[in-house]
Design a protein around this ligand. Structure first.
Ligand code: TXA
Ligand code: MG
Length: 316
């Protein structure tokens, strides 16, 4: 083990021994921070209600905000969901492992603590070797929300972890920077046509293309169905404000050449932008500015997830 940052967060490389120790801790009902391709998660045995309650305590997350259950193979689905649908089959075969979460009727093995009392469960197969091995070694599906305090920025590197989170887990496994950098797309496949509850790592266009038809519209009560849709969310401590162009001495992220060392140039590609967004906000936020200014990305479909996170972070 090595000390991965100044504030005493102990970060462990994912050696076979550390993976086994982490899996043992999970089986005992303890928590582990694990990398995924989207963001780091704080994981617990999804079949153990006490362990799952510890996640909510560590994050300071309201108990009615349901968690995503992570699986490492299709057989494990039988433990998690009670009903599989045609749309789920198409999407899972096309995008798993990957940044897509499916909402389905939950099985009896998943306690109410995971789903916030809903009769549905969110499930995904992450595209990250460390996460997949950990789930397999633990032998149980893992409930894992993003490993940030409630309403704060998600970590996309082990170094981003809040010490308050890190001190409540048995181990932090380092998987390097997350490849996607934004959370998974959450799709409700209990309804026909399916609908997107949270935009994310897989675009609306790709999901529509896979299904071969349009997606359903979200009713207003969708705000309650998927609490990831809270107005303010995914936010740095600083206020976030959209601008046309960054002032020379402003703190912020934009597309042009930085004009001071607290400006970060972001790529004009939505995937590359997503991969670097949280790291950029973490870095600027560490300087404790009052405001982080953001040059508005294009309002185009492939930027939907990025714009969604920026808008949520800018809500006051
Ligand atoms: O990429 C990700 O999805 C990351 C990594 C760690 O897998 N996880 C993540 O979890 O973002 P979390 O807890 O931060 O977000 C879970 C989202 C929330 O928007 C929640 O409302 C939604 O999934 N969700 C979970 N269960 C649901 C359900 N039964 N019905 C509707 N939405 C659900
Ligand atoms: Mg989250």
């Amino acid at each position: 083990m090595r000390n991965g940052s100044d504030d005493g967060v102990v970060i462990s490389p994912p050696t076979p021994l550390n993976l086994q120790l982490a899996a043992d801790a999970l089986v005992r009902g303890e928590l582990v921070c694990m990398p995924t391709e989207t963001v780091y998660g704080i994981a617990a045995d999804a079949t153990n209600a006490d362990a799952v309650r510890r996640i909510f305590a560590a994050k300071d997350r309201p108990a009615d905000n349901p968690l995503i259950v992570h699986i490492s193979d299709f057989v494990q689905l039988e433990d998690v969901v009670a009903e599989w649908t045609d749309a789920a089959d198409v999407l899972a075969n096309r995008f798993w492992p990957g940044p897509l979460t499916l909402v389905l009727k939950k099985s009896e093995m998943i306690p109410d603590e995971v789903t916030g009392g809903l009769d549905t469960v969110a499930v995904r197969m992450p595209d990250h070797e460390v996460a997949l091995e950990l789930i397999e070694l633990a032998g149980v599906p893992l409930a894992a929300p993003s490993a940030n305090r409630f309403m704060h920025l998600s970590p996309t590197r082990a170094e981003h972890l809040d010490p308050e989170i890190a001190k409540r887990v048995a181990m932090v496994l380092d998987g390097g920077p997350c490849r996607i950098g934004l959370e998974s797309t959450v799709v409700d496949v209990t309804v026909s046509p399916p609908r997107i509850l949270r935009p994310g790592g897989i675009s609306r266009g790709d999901i529509q293309a896979a299904l071969g038809g349009p997606l359903g519209q979200l009713p207003p009560e969708g705000i309650r169905r998927s609490p990831g849709m809270y107005q303010r969310h995914y936010a740095p401590d600083a206020r976030l404000e959209f601008v046309e162009a960054l002032d020379p001495d402003a703190v912020g992220i934009g597309f042009g050449t930085p004009r001071n060392d607290r400006q970060i140039r972001m790529p004009m590609d939505p995937h590359a932008y997503a991969a670097g967004l949280y790291a950029a906000l973490h870095r600027l936020d560490a300087g404790r500015p009052d405001v982080i200014f953001v040059e508005h990305p294009p309002e185009e479909p492939e930027w939907e997830a990025v714009v969604d996170r920026l808008k949520k972070a800018s809500e006051s």
